[in-house]
Design a protein around this ligand. Structure first.
Ligand code: AMP
Ligand code: MG
Length: 400
């Protein structure tokens, strides 16, 4: 028996390579991992400019009390520049985003002044307000986005604000997915008596793609030594990671282990967890290998715990784990000590705190427990039964 944390650490230690970089247009870079630091060559904003539509003035012309009448020297739209210098007693009509003219440092909001003809009447105002300073967002030379960052819409926007049209990102790791077992039938085909439809290849494909990797579907492999051997070797030729489900529990038809012992290096673990005890990890040729349990919930959970962090590391990501947080148990939870248990949970906000309950029956073959759930409830090894009102850890399926 090995603990979840030891298995995670062991797996991550063995992933030492990072996918090669590629240059992509900004428009194709969403959710990719940045390969290099992005340093700005310019100040953003590039010029000190007005934050509002109004009147630019020199602080020296602002009355300390009462009002003052200033002459409107001209009008400046966004995108234009004012080549003159504002003189004593003058104001410049200015639009949001237009560069501040020489001689001005403060802008009156247009709603706060009285304009008549060529004159504007202004009152007291703190010096410097309603102005955006050059470089207040980004200073030239600064690292704005660092290598290993996942590009969200805001990172893409920041890159665009620096004038970049392309980014150097990591290639998506390629993940070959196979299901094993004579009992597993392809959805859309006729199922023979005694067979079940393959669900793992489809849920795992979704998880692979959601993790930012590229899925390669390598179908279903029957429980036959030679065929499994040749199919796994072939998969390893065109993928960075080979992912199977089924065939890792201790039984007559459990072949993954013996095939991998011939074809690569393999660790075969009983992980102290529920569901999803058996797990195989190792390598075939140049590819990493993960043999996940066949039970549909166990295969998704073990992907979440062991495969996704490895894919993220391969893809060059800096942060490899989803942040768990605390919630209050809204129902009693049964728990055996000595192993880490993962219940399918429904997390909801109850007035002033996060509460979580289970989805009902927790068998590791009950895949609809995953569709009803929005998180895993994680109960640590040393804990026993959990009473209503106790605090538990939850790991959302998608960051909330
Ligand atoms: P195994 O690990 O091969 O002993 O499989 C454990 C359980 O998971 C068995 O009930 C299998 O029928 C089921 N199972 C295995 N592979 C799949 C699959 N691809 N889709 C759905 N269930 C599966
Ligand atoms: Mg099997």
């Amino acid at each position: 028996m090995i603990s979840v944390q030891d298995a995670q650490a062991h797996i991550l230690d063995r992933v030492t390579t990072v996918a090669p970089p590629e240059l992509l247009p900004l428009t194709a870079s969403l959710h990719r991992v940045l390969a290099d630091d992005v340093r700005s060559e310019m100040d953003v904003p590039p010029t000190t400019n007005s934050a509002v539509d109004g009147y630019a003035v020199a602080a020296a012309d602002i009355p300390a009390a009462g009002t003052r009448t200033l002459e409107v020297a001209g009008e400046l739209a966004a995108g234009a520049i004012w080549s003159g210098t504002l003189q004593h007693g003058q104001a410049l009509r200015i639009m949001t985003g237009a560069p501040m003219p020489a001689g001005a440092d403060t802008v009156f909001l247009q709603e706060t002044v009285e304009r008549s003809g060529n004159q504007v009447v202004v009152g007291p105002l703190p010096a410097g307000v309603n102005v955006r300073q050059r470089g207040e967002d980004v200073k030239a030379g600064a690292v704005v986005l660092s290598a290993g960052t996942v590009l969200r819409p805001q990172e893409i926007g920041v890159a665009a604000s620096l004038g970049l049209a392309q980014l150097v990102v990591r290639q998506k790791p390629r993940v070959a997915i196979l299901s094993t077992g004579d009992e597993v039938a392809e959805p859309g085909t006729d199922r023979k008596p005694g067979q079940i439809f393959d669900s793992n290849r489809f849920s795992l494909r979704g998880l692979v793609e959601a993790a930012g990797a590229q899925a390669v579907d390598d179908g279903i492999v029957p429980d036959r030594m030679e065929e499994l051997h040749s199919r796994l070797l072939r998969a390893a030729e065109h993928a960075d990671v080979v992912l199977t489900s089924g065939g890792v529990s201790v039984g007559d038809y459990d072949l993954v282990k013996s095939v991998l012992q011939q074809a690569g290096g393999i660790h075969f673990w009983q992980v102290a967890m529920q569901p999803g005890r058996p797990l195989a990890a190792g390598s075939i040729g140049r590819a990493h290998f993960f043999g996940l349990p066949g039970n549909p919930v166990a295969s998704m959970l073990t992907f979440h715990l062991f495969v996704r962090p490895a894919l993220w590391k391969l893809a060059g990501r800096r942060d490899l784990h989803v942040q768990p947080f605390h919630a209050t148990a809204a129902e009693p939870l049964t728990k055996k000590t000595g192993r880490r248990e993962f219940k399918r949970g429904i997390l909801s906000w109850a007035k002033d705190r996060w509460e979580v309950r289970t989805t009902g029956p927790q068998g590791s073959g009950i895949l609809t427990s995953m569709t009803a759930a929005n998180c895993f409830i994680v109960i640590e090894e040393e804990r026993g039964d959990v009473k209503v009102g106790e605090t538990v850890w939850v790991e959302p399926f998608q960051p909330l």
